[in-house]
Write a protein that binds this ligand. Structure first.
Ligand code: CO
Length: 138
């Protein structure tokens, strides 16, 4: 059921500073422009690497889901990991059947496909995002 690791999510207090860090310290050129995703309460940018992506996320708006995380981790920190699945609805149902708390109804994620998050207490302490694999002919 579990497809490729798609990205590692990193919460940051200042997305421009984080982008500058990847550019200057690691000489990464391929970083997407920051984009607001109001439905998820974050502004995101992808650091594109040969092996996958680092997803930088900065709080957006009043009720951002990462505000609390940044209060605990003021410098930012590793927030979630994201795996691809073929069918997000089926994956959600299967997880729920297996006693894993699915934290949201499938909603549009940063890659333009539907995503859900799984409760870290049911996932060995790791917040896991499942995203539907983008279709080739999309
Ligand atoms: Co993510």
């Amino acid at each position: 059921m579990l497809g490729p690791l798609n990205h590692v999510g990193v919460a940051v207090p200042d997305i421009q500073a984080a982008i500058t860090m990847y550019r200057d310290k690691f000489e990464v050129d391929d970083i997407t422009e920051p984009k607001a995703l109001p439905a998820q309460g974050v502004t995101f940018a992808f650091v594109n690497l040969p092996s996958g992506q680092v997803e930088l996320i900065e709080p957006y708006g009043e009720n951002s889901p990462i505000t609390k995380f940044l209060e605990k981790n003021p410098r930012g920190g590793q927030h979630h990991i994201c795996f691809e699945v073929e069918d997000i609805n089926q994956a959600s149902l299967t997880m729920a059947e297996r006693g894993v708390r699915v934290l949201n109804e499938p909603r549009l994620g940063a890659h333009g496909t539907m995503v859900v998050f799984l409760h870290p207490a049911d996932m060995g302490g790791v917040l896991i995002e499942l995203m539907e694999t983008p279709k080739e002919d999309h």
